[in-house]
Design a protein around this ligand. Structure first.
Ligand code: GRF
Length: 192
């Protein structure tokens, strides 16, 4: 008898610009039997992204688009995604802002993780802001991507305490640890 094959997993692209710890974490999660997704492609806007090494490590295709010409890069990405039958995009530390047109092509199929308790602290330097403002709590949010930066519908959010010993670096570490739990949980939630 032939091998039984379970329901097909959703082909996913992960977009990165940096270290890629969330990328690595999502790849590992995707290998679980229960994961609804499979990571088919890694896209970066720079060859310097350290996370690109996970493409080699896990045998996943990678592509770099420099985004110098946003329209051109997005056009090429869209055709690549289409050719590979990719149906879902997870941004993980991706530092470019995607155009309205790109997002329209993947409406409701692009998600992002942001290291703050959105709607608080959209954009950069979230941990510095939280420490500077003497906030009592910080956290991370997984949300749908819309044309407005860090403003799409929330999928999951995790709140953690900021202690008097915390600085922006220690806080970033603590939040990142939570990100690694939250991102897979959010993906499970979307497809359950
Ligand atoms: C994370 O803190 C993520 O929330 C933010 O950028 C960072 C990326 O970290 N958008 P990594 O590249 O996944 O390690």
């Amino acid at each position: 008898m032939g091998k039984l094959i379970g329901p097909k997993k959703i082909k996913t692209a992960i977009f990165i610009s940096g270290k890629g710890s969330n990328l690595k974490n999502i790849i590992k999660f995707s290998k679980n039997k229960n994961s609804p997704i499979t990571v088919d492609l890694i896209i970066s806007n720079t060859p310097k992204a350290k996370g690109l090494r996970f493409a080699n490590q896990f045998g996943i295709r990678k592509k770099i688009f420099n985004f110098k010409n946003l329209k051109e890069s997005e056009k090429k990405i869209l055709s690549l995604l289409k050719n590979r039958n990719i149906k879902f995009i997870a941004l993980a530390g991706f530092m470019k802002i995607l155009s309205k047109n790109f997002i329209k092509n993947f409406k409701g199929k692009i998600i992002n993780i942001h290291p703050s308790l959105l709607p608080k602290y959209k954009g950069l330097n979230t941990h510095h802001k939280a420490i500077k403002n003497k906030d009592k709590f910080a956290g991370c949010t997984v949300h749908y991507v819309t044309a407005k930066l860090d403003s799409g519908k929330k999928i999951l959010q995790k709140k953690i305490k900021i202690t008097s010993k915390d600085n922006a670096i220690s806080l970033a570490k603590k939040v990142l640890k939570e990100e690694h739990k939250l991102y897979p949980a959010a993906i499970m939630k979307i497809f359950s």
